[in-house]
Design a protein around this ligand. Structure first.
Ligand SMILES: Cc1ncc(COP(=O)(O)O)c(C=O)c1O
Length: 459
């Protein structure tokens, strides 16, 4: 045996070196607020076993609770009507415009708040009367205005070009439609959403009022302002409502125009936890009562006699629907990353759970388990580095085939989701009596192919 062969022989006979791995296990309370991490599994949703739902509709699966939708709606309505005499809730379609979800809110008495021609058409298709539709958005388009203005929907004018367009449509159609003005303003310390509507502080909003009132082609019927989304400080609403009330007073005094509504938009925080938040959203987000209190305090500036006061409109989205939504997903694999972290491959990715980019979504196993919880990264099937559903969450040992349930996923996901390398999952609802049924079928190859064409020369 030559020297080289002898050396190779000794190397092969050596024990293989294994890098030691220290895994930090976190037990008990890690902070003085005592966020309890040993959590009970979520084996059922509204009394229906997670396993039954998956057996019926597959995994992943979005599941909505009608009970939670109705409960949140009534909580909001009661919080507002206890503090202000005339209240209207206009359901923000963009948050979740599945027919079944909209129907739950319309049955409870909600009007519709839409921001595009597609959403406008969807509201009409659901049987919402045109005059019960608030129409927002920076781009409605001429064909949408041609439908909405003569039909009596309340168009919230966003900019001067739209104002001119609305006047032209009104003239052409021989009507004097009701419109509102979207206003943007500085609501205390909150960063201003200044791209939408007419600015108050610069005088632009007053110019728009003057233009509508003196132009005579449109009827100014309301003021609207949406100060942001997931607004954690109710004081912003007090300031916004107060500024709108003062403007309404001014319009009444100067032009004798009594507005029929003041719309403070949406933006209430749901019970989710933003990535930047320390406390869980369930503890940190203000209640509907706190928001309502702030708005009513701002509206107390109105100087109209009580019976002639404008209706308060809110366009709440996420805070009505987030808690009602769950996403069931199934563990496909468990692996150890190079840095020692445990990783779980789930069958749902951020393309269907868009909100995972800014929330620490609460996620619970759907089956009892024993063993020490461990910090875990959950990622999906997208084969892209951004596909992280939770970058670190304490979870007990899990097996392939186990289910995880993401909570509070009802807002924006089933409208902003993307079809990307997988089929989008089914969406179901559990009724108040425990029945369950489909809101949207799982996609299949036909769903995708139905939209595709192949030009003749490529066939
Ligand atoms: C004009 C308008 N109203 C209402 C909403 C609903 O807001 P949220 O879901 O924060 O309540 C939005 C959302 O961006 C909006 O743009």
């Amino acid at each position: 045996m030559n020297a080289i062969a002898r050396k190779a022989d000794t190397i092969v006979k050596k024990d293989i070196y294994e890098r030691p791995l220290l895994v930090p296990h976190q037990l008990g309370m890690m902070n003085k607020m005592g966020s309890a991490q040993a959590r009970a599994p979520l084996t059922e949703i509204d009394g229906v076993a997670v396993e039954e739902l998956v057996a019926c509709y597959g995994s992943p699966l979005f599941v909505f609770s009608e009970r939670a939708l109705v409960r949140r709606y009534r909580e909001l309505r009661d919080a507002l009507t206890r503090r202000y005499p005339k209240v209207r809730i206009a359901w923000s379609y963009k948050t979740n415009y599945l027919d079944g979800i909209c129907r739950v809110f319309h049955r409870e008495g909600a009007w519709a708040e839409v921001v595009s021609e597609f959403e406008y058409d969807k509201a009409l298709h659901l049987g919402v009367a045109p005059e019960r539709i608030h129409f927002n958005g920076p781009l409605k388009g001429e064909s949408a205005l041609e439908k909405a203005l003569p039909a009596g929907s309340i168009v919230h004018i966003d900019h001067f070009d739209e104002l001119r367009l609305a006047e032209r449509v009104a003239e052409r159609r021989g009507c004097r439609p009701k419109v509102a003005l979207r206003i943007n303003l500085q609501a205390g310390a909150l960063p201003a959403w200044s791209r939408f509507g007419f600015n108050l502080e610069s005088g632009q909003a007053r110019d728009a009022v003057m233009r509508i009132v003196t132009g005579g082609k449109l009827e100014l019927t309301g003021l609207h302002c949406h100060i942001g989304t997931f607004v954690l400080d109710p004081a912003g609403y007090r300031v916004a409502a107060q500024k709108l009330a003062q403007l309404a007073n001014e319009i009444r005094a100067r032009f004798g125009v009594e507005l029929s509504f003041i719309d403070v938009g949406g933006g209430f925080a749901s019970q989710n936890t933003l990535k930047a938040m320390y406390m869980p959203g369930e503890q940190a987000s203000p209640s509907f009562a706190q928001y309502a209190e702030a708005i009513a305090a701002g509206l107390s500036e109105l100087d109209a006699p009580p019976r002639r006061q404008p209706t308060l409109v809110v366009e709440t989205g996420r805070a009505l629907v987030d808690e009602a939504g769950h996403l069931i997903t199934t563990v496909q694999a468990e692996k150890r990353l190079a840095d020692g972290r445990r990783a779980i491959v789930a069958d749902a990715g951020v393309n269907v759970l868009f909100t995972a980019f800014w929330y620490k979504h609460d996620v619970l196993p759907a089956q009892p388990s024993s063993g020490t919880p461990e910090a875990t990264v959950i990622y999906g099937p997208l084969c892209m580095n951004i596909d992280v559903m939770r970058d670190s969450v304490l979870l007990p040992p899990l097996d392939v085939g186990d289910r995880l349930v993401f909570r509070h996923v009802g807002a924006y996901n089933v409208t902003q989701w993307m079809q990307f390398i997988t089929y989008r999952p089914a969406v179901v609802i559990i009724g108040r009596d425990g029945r369950h049924g489909l809101l949207r079928r799982r996609e299949d190859l036909q769903t995708i192919l139905a939209q595709e064409e192949v030009p003749a020369w490529l066939r």
